[in-house]
Write a protein that binds this ligand. Structure first.
Ligand code: NDP
Length: 409
C-alpha cells in the first residue's frame, strides 16, 4: 500500500482567545471530561454548539451552564423535551441528522468529535470539510471511512488531533524524531477485565462483568470493545489513518497499569513513550490547548507509588478480535467498514443478552466472511458508499446473529 506523508498537521498555530468550541456527543464520557476542562478554563473558551442522541435533559442543563448558542439531539422524538427545557434561554434547539450537521458546520474553531459509533461520521466529516480543528475521539469514524475522512480533512486544511489516549501518546512521541526514521508505533492495551480469564470463563462473562474496566471510566461501547480487545483492533486501523503508517509498523503491547499509552521506536533503537495517569482529561487537555498546554488537567503521575510497570504480548487465542482487525487492515477495501458495522451490532447484542461474550468476535468474523463472499470489496469513496456498506454489514450481522449466538452459548 502506498503511503504518503503524515496526515496530521503538527505545525503549531497561535491560539486566539477565547477559543470557540463545539461538542459533538457532549453528554457522554468524553463530552463530560471535556466540559470539566472547559469550565476550569473560564473565559478562555466559548461554546458554540452541543449535541446528544436522546438525553435532552442533560443536554439542556449543560447548554445553559455553558451558555451555548445551539443545542441539537439526534433523535427527533427528544426535540419537544429539549425545546421545553431551553425555553426562555435564547438557545436554539434542534433535532435530527441535519441538526447534528448544522452543529458541526457552525463557526467554531475547534470541534470535539465524541459521538460513539459510525453515527458520528456525517457530523464529524462536516466539521472536517469546513477546515475546523477536530479533536477526534470517535475512532469508528476512521475505521468506517478513514481514507475518505483523512482526504477530506487534508483538502480543507483541517487539523486532526487524536483524543484517544494511545494515539495522543503517539502524536506526542512522534515529535521526537523524523517520520522517515520511525520503525514501529506501539499502542498499549490494559487487557481489560478478562485479561487473566480462561476461555471457559469468558464464554460465560456477563455484560456487567465486561463493563467493569480495571483502569478507565468510559462509555459502554468502548468499554466492551476494551474487554474483547476489539478496541485495540479499531485503534490499529485508526493509527494507520492518522499517522499514515503501514500496518507492519503498528504493534500492540498489553500493559495492565495503563500508564504508558503509546511508544515510538526509531530506527536507531531509541524508544520514546508518553506516560500519564489513566484519565482522559490529559489527552483531551492536550487537544483543547494545542499547541499550548493546560495546567494540571488531572492528577500528577506518581511513579514511585505505582512502582511497577509490566508488559506482555496479547493472547491471540483468547482475544481473536485483534487478529481479525489486523487482517481487515492489511486487506483494505471495504473490510474495515464491514468490521466496524458488525462489531457495533455484536456489542449491542451482547449488552442486551442476545449474544455471549466470545460470540462478539465470532459474529464479526462471520460477517466479514459473508460480506466478502457477497462481493463487498471496494473501499468506500464517499460518505453515502461508506454508510451503505455499514448498513449492509449491520444487516448481515443481524441475519447471522441467531446462528452465531447458538454456537457461542
Ligand atoms: P458515551 O457512550 O459515553 O457517549 C456518546 C455520546 O454520543 C453521547 O453524547 C450520546 O448521546 C451521543 N450519541 C450516541 N449515539 C448517538 C447517535 N446515534 N447519534 C448522535 N449522537 C449519539 O461514549 P464515550 O464518550 O465513551 O465515547 C465517545 C467516542 O470516543 C467513542 O467513539 C469512543 O470509542 C471514543 N473514546 C472514548 C474514550 C473514553 O474514555 N470514553 C476513550 C477513547 C476514545 P446520549 O447521551 O443522548 O446517548
Amino acid at each position: 500500500m502506498a503511503l504518503g506523508s503524515p496526515k496530521v498537521r503538527s505545525e503549531p498555530q497561535p491560539v486566539s482567545a477565547p477559543r470557540s468550541l463545539t461538542l459533538l456527543g457532549a453528554t457522554g464520557s468524553v463530552g463530560g471530561s471535556t466540559i470539566d476542562l472547559i469550565k476550569r478554563g473560564g473565559s478562555r473558551y466559548r461554546v458554540e454548539a452541543v449535541t446528544a442522541n436522546n438525553n435532552a435533559a442533560a443536554l439542556a442543563r449543560l447548554s445553559r451552564e455553558l451558555n451555548v448558542r445551539f443545542a441539537a439531539v439526534a433523535n427527533p422524538s427528544a426535540y419537544a423535551e429539549l425545546k421545553d427545557a431551553l425555553s426562555g434561554s435564547g438557545i436554539v434547539a434542534a433535532a435530527g441528522e441535519d441538526a447534528l450537521i448544522e452543529a458541526a458546520e457552525r463557526p467554531a474553531e475547534w470541534v470535539m468529535a465524541a459521538i460513539s459509533g459510525s453515527a458520528g461520521l456525517k457530523s464529524t466529516l462536516a466539521a472536517a470539510k469546513r477546515g475546523a480543528t477536530i479533536a477526534l475521539a470517535n475512532k469508528e469514524c476512521l475505521v468506517c471511512a478513514g481514507g475518505l475522512f483523512m482526504r477530506s480533512a487534508a483538502a480543507a486544511g483541517a487539523n486532526v488531533l487524536p483524543v484517544d489516549s494511545e494515539h495522543n501518546a503517539l502524536f506526542q512521541a512522534l515529535t521526537a524524531g523524523r517520520r522517515e526514521d520511525v520503525q514501529r508505533a506501539i499502542l498499549t492495551a490494559s487487557g481489560g477485565p478478562f485479561r487473566t480469564w480462561s476461555m471457559e470463563a469468558m464464554r460465560a462473562a456477563t455484560p456487567e462483568q465486561a463493563l467493569r474496566h480495571p483502569n478507565w471510566s468510559m462509555g459502554a461501547k468502548v468499554t466492551i470493545d476494551s474487554a474483547t480487545l476489539m478496541n485495540k483492533g479499531l485503534e490499529l486501523i485508526e493509527a494507520h489513518h492518522l499517522f499514515a503508517l503501514e500496518p507492519s509498523k503498528l504493534d500492540v503491547l498489553v500493559h495492565p497499569q495503563s500508564i504508558v499509552h503509546g511508544l515510538i521506536e526509531f530506527r536507531d533503537g531509541s524508544v520514546v513513550a508518553q506516560l500519564g495517569a489513566p484519565d482522559m482529561r490529559i489527552p483531551i487537555a492536550y487537544c483543547l490547548a494545542w499547541p499550548d498546554r493546560i495546567d494540571g488537567a488531572a492528577a500528577r503521575l506518581d511513579l514511585a507509588r505505582i512502582a511497577n510497570l509490566s508488559f506482555e504480548a496479547p493472547d491471540p487465542v483468547r482475544f481473536p478480535a485483534l487478529a481479525i482487525a489486523r487482517s481487515v487492515l492489511e486487506g483494505g477495501g471495504a473490510g474495515p467498514t464491514v468490521l466496524n458495522g458488525a462489531n457495533e451490532i455484536a456489542v449491542e447484542a451482547f449488552v442486551t443478552h442476545r449474544l455471549g461474550f466470545t460470540g462478539i468476535a465470532a459474529l464479526v468474523a462471520a460477517t466479514i466472511d459473508a460480506a466478502e463472499r457477497g462481493g463487498l470489496r471496494n473501499e468506500p469513496q464517499n460518505v453515502e458508499e461508506a454508510l451503505a456498506v455499514d448498513h449492509m454489514a449491520r444487516t448481515l450481522a443481524l441475519e447471522l446473529l441467531p446462528e452465531i449466538a447458538a454456537k457461542a452459548s
